[in-house]
Design a protein around this ligand. Structure first.
Ligand code: 8YV
Length: 316
């Protein structure tokens, strides 16, 4: 029998969140592959809320099979996996989990700056492999304090990164779609102009079609062989193929990456490069922040189920 107002989980989530959805909300789980058609034919009409993440999302085709869907609730600040235009056109609200992860993601961006420029991970491998004894000291690195930093995407996370690096006396400039009035940081009208005037370029923009390959070979050329690229946003914002070739042949000094174009797959070439720091998308991955993200996800869901509105909507 079809019950009104059911919750659907789309894709894997934090285990405690999946557990809460099934025990406290009696949520259904969208199956993959062959079973999906029959599942949607049976349950599609009963579903009013979907809970998903920046890993999976809800596309327009799935929306078409959920005629009574009113909300797509995301665990995570990024929602580029969901077709937001299609949701808006159908009157479906979309929410994310902003603010609660800003500090942890900004911390990881600063960690990647320090690790990449001072070669911490490389140095750690050097000690473990016995090379300190066998070969002597590691090569000298570059200084972080005072380096010119450019940020693509001066939103919540970009601003938190800028504030932290101001403590390292780094002059900060940024590129955004629009200049931010009253910002203490210097605006550059294009990513290329930004990259041309900095030593370290940090990507903190949201993903999706609007930012795809914003960092292309022209931007990497402008950053130059002494420049470093840091990405804590989405792999799609950077032309990864170009990045790999620039890193391989010394047209870029180094890169610190928490995100990739095709996660969890990392380009094979990068694994052999010592001027690159590779993280498995851990920006928001602390116990405190993930708990806060889970609470905000459920707050959005509860509010939607109670009165049809969302706590932190990206579109209503
Ligand atoms: C993780 C993130 O993807 O919030 C985001 O946009 O990228 C991260 O927090 C998290 O696992 C949610 O999917």
């Amino acid at each position: 029998s079809v019950r009104a107002g059911r919750v659907l989980r789309v894709g894997p989530l934090k285990p405690s969140l999946m557990e809460s959805l099934s025990s406290n909300y009696d949520a259904l789980v969208l199956p993959d592959g062959d079973e999906r058609g029959a599942f949607l034919a049976l349950h599609g009409e009963s579903i009013t809320a979907a809970v998903t993440s920046g890993r999976t999302g809800v596309d327009a085709e799935l929306m078409d099979h959920l005629p009574n869907l009113g909300a797509i609730v995301h665990f995570g600040v990024g929602y580029d996996t969901t077709d937001v235009d299609a949701a808006r056109a159908r009157g479906i609200g979309v929410s994310n989990t902003p603010d609660v992860l800003t500090d942890c993601v900004a911390d990881i961006a600063v960690g990647l700056v320090l690790d990449t420029v001072r070669q911490l991970s490389f140095s750690d491998r050097y000690v473990r492999e016995g090379r300190w004894v066998a070969e002597g000291n590691t090569p000298l690195t570059r200084q972080v304090t005072g380096k010119r930093v450019g940020i693509i995407g001066l939103g919540r996370i970009g601003t938190a990164i800028a504030d932290r690096l101001s403590g390292f006396r780094c002059p900060i400039s940024y590129h955004n779609r629009n200049e931010i009035e009253g910002s203490p940081y210097t605006y550059a009208s294009t990513p290329q102009a930004l990259a041309g005037g900095v030593d370290i370029l940090i990507v903190a923009a949201s993903g999706g079609a609007g930012t795809k390959h914003l960092v292309d070979s022209d931007v990497l050329d402008a950053l130059g062989p002494q420049g470093y690229l840091i990405n804590v946003a989405r792999g799609s914002v950077v032309d990864e193929e170009a990045l790999v070739s620039y890193l391989s042949d010394g047209r870029l000094a180094g890169a610190g990456l928490d995100v990739f174009a095709d996660e969890p797959r990392v380009p094979e070439t990068l694994l052999g490069l010592d001027n690159v720091v590779l993280l498995p998308h851990v920006g928001s991955g602390t116990i405190e922040t993930r708990a806060a993200m889970q609470a905000l996800t459920l707050e959005n869901l509860d509010q939607f189920l109670a009165d049809g509105t969302l706590t932190t909507p990206v579109t209503r």
